[in-house]
Design a protein around this ligand. Sequence first.
Ligand SMILES: [Zn+2]
Ligand SMILES: [Zn+2]
Length: 62
Amino acid sequence: MVDDKMVTHFVCKGGCGGVSPDADLCQAPTCSKFNAPFDPCGCTDGLHGAPPKTEEPEEAAL
Ligand SMILES: [Zn+2]
Ligand SMILES: [Zn+2]
């Protein structure tokens, strides 16, 4: 079974995609937020605050 409670974790929003269960600093030297503290996140879908999308429109690219 899956816990429905809010899971608080920490994510880096500098572009490296780092995720930690505890408050931590970014460990990626190439990240724009290297050595900056992760931001707390309470998402349960792994999107980390991204707007929920139930439908992805197909974009016709060249
Ligand atoms: Zn980072
Ligand atoms: Zn999250």
